[in-house]
Design a protein around this ligand. Structure first.
Ligand code: PMP
Length: 351
């Protein structure tokens, strides 16, 4: 299952232990509405001045929902880059708001239009690293975008643990910079549902008024708190997954794909024979072939921009199996892969 950017590894053992212990705790009582233990641990881990810089949520999707609900009214505008996370448009639609897409250029950089202020623009959303590309904008470039905009800028850092730069220091410098994070990716806790926002305390206090009272349950708060104390575990897993990302990107290139350099736990790839009017096959064919062989990757189409495949980093065995099957898909489409047998060990075919 390489289609939703989950972590292929189980979460830190300390998290599983915290869940066991919380399950024998006072579940007849409501949880702490402020998730105080988590906010303390997260502030310490991230070097923030205090827990009042953090708002906890039921996954970062809930945090994004709260932000759009708070800032963007009916008929007002929300700005997002394109292609990027599809949920942003849905959240704008729910508000009856308008969304304005600014296209990334060919090098996955944003044109000045993304930073242009406008009266009816109430919020700008920027995933960094971006999905589906895995590319990053440097934090000093994002600081300049935030300075130029007059509305808040949300930097969605769902994948930041796989990258080397982040925007936390911008939050301390500018109250209009808001950073969202999740435990779903690097911490291997997508099933737990826990994410959070980092913003200046006055912003956190106002947003706290519109969240559900008990938006995080007692078990997830205990687990997320333990996760914040699992720094060495995180470093190991991220190093392992980043190494597998190189294995995946190299394998795809050997199979003839163009792979966008990624700073996340997935890669975006396109095959030259599947792009443009003269294409002899399509990325959707490869997706279908893999699916028929029990391998799920993400086929994404962003008309008129184009389509491609987003493949999550799994274990080495899963990636080898995926590469082997992509090679077979290319053969079935009569596209000779310029690959060597050593790039796709057959022993992993059933993973
Ligand atoms: N932001 C981005 C860019 C994502 O890709 C995802 C995962 N689909 C999320 C946020 C949401 O993550 P979660 O709700 O699991 O925290």
């Amino acid at each position: 299952k390489l289609n939703t950017n989950e972590n292929p590894y189980p979460p830190p053992p300390a998290v599983v232990e915290a869940i066991r212990s919380a399950a024998t705790g006072p579940l007849n009582r409501y949880p702490d509405p402020q998730a105080t233990s988590f906010r303390r641990a997260a502030a310490e881990r991230l070097g923030l001045p205090g827990p009042d810089w953090i708002l906890a949520g039921n996954g970062s999707d809930e945090i994004l929902t709260i932000l759009v609900r708070a800032f963007v009214g009916e008929g007002e505008a929300l700005r997002l880059p394109h292609p990027s996370y599809i949920l942003y448009r849905t959240l704008a639609d729910i508000q009856g708001a308008r969304w304005e897409q600014v296209d990334f250029d060919d090098a996955w950089q944003l044109p000045p239009a993304f930073a242009a202020p406008r009266d009816d623009l109430k919020l700008a959303l920027l995933p960094n690293p971006n999905s589906p590309s895995g590319t990053v904008l440097p934090s000093d470039r994002i600081a300049r975008i935030a300075d130029s905009l007059t509305c808040p800028l949300v930097v969605d850092e769902a994948y930041v643990d796989f990258a080397t730069d982040d925007c936390l220091r911008l939050v301390q410098a500018n109250e209009r910079v808001l950073v969202t994070r999740t435990l779903s990716k690097s911490y291997g806790l997508a099933g737990l549902r826990f994410g959070f926002l980092v913003a200046q305390p006055n912003v956190i206090a106002e947003l706290g008024k519109i969240k559900d009272s008990y938006n995080c349950d007692a078990i997830s708060i205990a687990a997320a708190t333990a996760a914040m104390h699992s720094g060495p575990w995180l470093d190991d897993v991220v190093a392992k997954m980043n190494a597998t990302r190189v294995r995946l990107a190299d394998g795809l290139q050997r199979l003839g794909f163009t792979v966008t350099p990624s700073h996340a736990n997935f890669v975006w790839c396109r095959h030259p024979a599947m792009v443009g009017d003269a294409a002899s096959a399509s990325h959707a064919d490869v997706y279908q072939f893999l699916k028929q062989n029990q391998i799920l990757v993400r086929y994404m189409d962003f008309p008129p921009w184009g389509d491609g495949l987003r493949i999550s980093v799994g274990t080495d065995d899963q990636i080898d199996a995926c590469l082997l099957m992509i090679g077979r898909a290319l053969e079935s489409l009569s596209l000779p892969a310029n690959t060597t047998a050593s790039s796709s060990p057959s022993s992993a075919a059933t993973a």
